[in-house]
Design a protein around this ligand. Structure first.
Ligand SMILES: *Cc1c(COP(=O)(O)O)cnc(C)c1O
Length: 221
């Protein structure tokens, strides 16, 4: 089977399982431009990347009507390049980054759309030391209030990653609660970015509006 046919079959499979109104982000990190071109030819316009250099390179090369979703760790010295290339940032979890992103966005005459990443590791008690990024759920309201004061940002919702090897349901339920909470302060921040190849169907049951799917469509990295 050709690579294109393989990708089309996998893409059709995921699309057939999607709830209506949910946005599919194909996570293209580590995959070559040719795969992005294939996905584009099948109508995909939302791509997810984790590294600034790879994002910048791909965004500079491909067509303009693509929505680029940055979901990797943020570093201060890379924020300018990330803001320049990203339609959405999913991994906002530090206020000093928020301030800097806002400043850069204002300079670039854009408003940077951001999800606030929530650390869901504490939801499942089996996960002990948490290395994953994201703010603690208890910080959401204060964090959001501060972020809303920044003129270059638009807070669009919450993002979470369920820890590996645990039942994702309590995590997605908790993220859904976080979504309700943020809506009280930011009525337009209604998006929930949740679910990857292993758990996107479950994430949609818990209200995900954006699913981030890589390996189920493009294969193992
Ligand atoms: C890599 C990655 C994904 C996609 O993971 P798959 O298991 O390949 O679907 C989704 N979200 C984040 C934050 C990622 O880093």
């Amino acid at each position: 089977m050709s690579r294109q046919i393989q990708i089309k079959a996998a893409l059709d499979q995921v699309r057939s399982e999607m709830s209506s109104g949910v946005e599919l982000i194909v996570v293209t990190k580590t995959f070559p431009l040719s795969d992005l071109e294939t996905l584009y030819s099948f109508g995909e316009r939302h791509f997810g990347e984790n590294r600034q250099s790879e994002l910048s390179q791909k965004a500079a090369t491909l067509e303009r009507d693509i929505n680029w979703h940055f979901q990797g760790g943020l570093q201060s010295n890379k924020l300018r390049a990330i803001v320049s290339a990203s339609t959405y940032i999913h991994s906002l979890d530090q206020l000093h980054h928020a301030a800097k992103i806002s400043e850069i966005a204002v300079e670039l005459k854009k408003r940077q759309r951001c999800f606030i990443q929530i650390n869901l590791d504490s939801v499942e008690s089996r996960v002990e030391s948490s290395k994953r990024s994201g703010i603690d759920p208890s910080e959401l309201s204060a964090f959001t209030q501060r972020a809303l004061e920044l003129p270059g940002l638009v807070i669009v919702g919450v993002m979470g990653v369920a820890p590996l090897n645990t039942d994702p349901r309590p995590c997605f339920a908790s993220l859904n609660q976080m979504s309700q909470e943020i809506l009280k302060i930011a009525p337009n921040a209604r998006f929930i970015s949740a679910g990857m190849s292993g758990d996107y169907q479950i994430a949609m049951e818990y209200g995900a509006t954006h699913i981030r799917v890589g390996s189920s469509i493009l294969g193992l990295r």
